[in-house]
Design a protein around this ligand. Structure first.
Ligand SMILES: [Zn+2]
Length: 151
């Protein structure tokens, strides 16, 4: 698995003194690679530094994600179950959930993007001992104004 190999090389570079801080790898479970792993992960896979993000990029926003009579969302829920809850699953780490994407004043929900949309949102960046962290806060009104159905 590419993520594991990358993680091992980063750890080697840290041991050699070429990288002087810890590096976390967030890898995506989406599109063509959204199915949960069908085989055991490599021995020594580090769940502390390698974390999956589940991105249901084509989910239906007309229905709640857990609404079983929506076939598209039901498929996503089945895949999410396979990553996070199935007792026979191979991935045992944390899972971030990705939803809409925001890029400086535009918000895309699913595949609809309105470049004129200017919703309210706030961001902050902080340097930490491990590198840096960014936080983005979106008021609920901003999400509903963007067309997201949060009912
Ligand atoms: Zn639906």
């Amino acid at each position: 698995m590419l993520v594991h190999l990358l993680d091992q090389q980063i750890k080697k570079a840290r041991a050699d003194g070429r990288i002087n801080r810890s590096v976390r790898i967030r890898f995506l479970a989406y599109a063509d690679v959204i199915e949960p792993p069908s085989r055991p992960l490599p021995g020594g896979f580090d769940y502390e530094t390698c974390v999956a993000t589940f991105f249901p990029i084509r989910r239906c926003y007309v229905h709640n994600i857990n609404q079983r009579d929506c076939q598209r969302n039901a498929e996503y829920m089945q895949q999410l179950y396979g990553w996070t809850s199935d007792p026979r699953r191979h991935y045992r780490g944390q899972m971030c959930i990705g939803e809409a994407t925001a890029t400086f004043g535009t918000v895309g929900t699913s595949r609809r993007v309105d470049p004129k949309w200017k919703g309210r949102w706030h961001s902050a960046v902080q340097e930490t001992a491990e590198g840096w962290a960014a936080e983005v806060a979106l008021p609920i009104e901003t999400l509903t104004e963007s067309g997201m159905d949060l009912a």
